[in-house]
Design a protein around this ligand. Structure first.
Ligand SMILES: C[S@@+](CC[C@H](N)C(=O)[O-])C[C@H]1O[C@@H](n2cnc3c(N)ncnc32)[C@H](O)[C@@H]1O
Length: 300
C-alpha cells in the first residue's frame, strides 16, 4: 500500500545520516541491482541516443545521473564525453560496477542498436575493481561532478553540445527546473540541444497497482506535499505542456516531442475527482505518462 511506503520513507527522512545509513546497509548486505529496472534504463538511454542521431565526439552533460551511470556509459560507448551531475554524490564503486554489469548483461541489444563492435564494448565494460573506478571513468571519458547545483556549474559558456536527463525532471521543483534550463542554455553551444525523458506518472503507482498513474491529481498541493517529506519521493506533478512552456520561456525552441497517453488513465479521469489546479488542463495532457522533449538553444 503506497501510504505505508510513504510513511516509512518519511520516517527515514527525519532520521539523521540517512545516506550514510543506506551506504552502511549496502556495505553489510551488498549492493543489489534490479535487472529489469536496469534494462529499461538502458533502453531509455538508447532511445535518447537515437533521438540525437550521432553523439560521436559530442560533449554531453547529464542532469541527475543517480547511482548507476548506465546512460553516460552508453553515450561514451557511442563516442561522447559526458559530464555527470547530481545534487547528491550517489555513485560509488559498487554502483559503478553494477552499471558495468548491467551493460554487459544487455550487450547484444546494445551492440545491435548503437552499432558497436562487440570487442570494443567488451573491453570498455570489462569487470572493475573498487580501486580502479577513477581510472575507468577517465578511460570512458566520464567526468563526475556530483554533488553540484545544476543551476550553476563551473563549465565555460558554449562548451556543451547536449544537455540531457532521464527520469529526473519530475523530481525537481519547477523554480529549480527553470534555473537548470537557464544554465543549460548558457552552457550549450549555439544550436546545441537539450533532451529530456520525463516520467509524468504518479510514482506511488509504480509499486502499488491498486492506484493508477494519475491518482496523485486528486490531491491539493498542501496534502500532496505530505507525501514528499523524504526528498527522494518529491514529485512536482508538472504536466507535459508545462515542461514545454518552461523550455520556451528559457529561450529554447522545441524541435520534436513524443508523448504516451495512457488510455486507462484517460477514461478514469472522467469519473475521478481532480483537485482544482488540474481542472483546466486538457485530458490528454493530464493522462500523458511519459514524454520526450528535444529542444534547441534558440541562438544559432
Ligand atoms: C530517479 S533518479 C534517476 C537517475 C538516472 N537518471 C537514471 O535514469 O537512472 C533521479 C535523480 O535525480 C537527482 N536529482 C534530484 N534533484 C536534482 C537536482 N536539483 N539536480 C540534480 N539532480 C537531481 C536525484 O538525486 C537522483 O539521482
Amino acid at each position: 500500500m503506497w501510504q505505508i511506503k510513504c510513511i516509512k520513507d518519511s520516517v527515514k527522512a527525519v532520521l539523521p545520516f540517512q545516506h550514510q545509513m543506506r551506504r552502511l546497509k549496502d556495505e553489510m548486505l551488498g549492493y543489489t541491482r534490479e535487472p529489469d529496472k536496469d534494462r529499461s534504463t538502458i533502453r531509455d538511454g538508447m532511445v535518447l541516443i537515437e533521438w540525437i542521431g550521432s553523439v560521436a565526439d559530442a560533449i554531453v552533460l547529464e542532469i541527475g545521473s543517480g547511482w548507476q551511470p548506465m546512460i553516460p556509459i552508453l553515450f561514451s560507448l557511442a563516442g561522447a564525453k559526458v559530464f555527470l551531475t547530481d545534487m547528491y554524490p550517489l555513485m560509488r564503486p559498487e554502483t559503478f560496477r553494477a552499471a558495468l554489469d548491467a551493460i554487459r548483461e544487455n550487450r547484444d541489444e546494445i551492440i545491435a542498436r548503437i552499432h558497436l563492435s562487440p570487442d570494443a564494448l567488451d573491453h570498455a565494460v570489462r569487470p572493475c575493481r573498487d580501486e580502479e573506478m577513477e581510472r575507468r571513468l577517465a578511460e570512458l571519458r566520464l567526468v563526475y561532478l556530483a554533488p553540484c547545483d545544476c543551476r550553476s556549474l563551473a563549465i565555460e559558456p558554449g562548451a556543451i553540445d547536449v544537455v540531457m536527463s532521464r527520469a529526473v525532471l519530475e523530481h525537481i521543483h519547477p523554480n529549480v527546473i527553470e534555473g537548470i534550463f537557464r544554465e543549460a542554455y548558457r552552457l550549450l553551444r549555439p544550436g546545441g540541444i537539450t533532451l529530456h525523458l520525463v516520467d509524468h506518472s504518479d510514482h506511488w503507482s509504480h509499486r502499488d497497482k491498486r492506484i493508477n498513474a494519475v491518482n496523485f491529481l486528486r490531491y491539493p498541493d498542501w496534502l500532496f506535499r505530505l507525501t514528499c517529506i523524504n526528498p527522494q519521493d518529491y514529485q512536482n506533478r508538472l504536466r507535459h505542456s508545462q515542461y514545454r512552456t518552461l523550455l520556451e520561456s528559457t529561450g529554447f525552441i522545441i524541435k520534436s516531442e513524443e508523448r504516451s497517453v495512457d488510455p486507462q488513465c484517460l477514461s478514469s479521469l472522467s469519473n475521478m475527482p481532480i483537485t482544482p489546479k488540474f481542472r483546466y488542463f486538457e485530458a490528454e495532457d493530464l493522462a500523458t505518462v511519459n514524454s520526450i522533449l528535444l529542444a534547441k538553444a534558440g541562438r544559432g
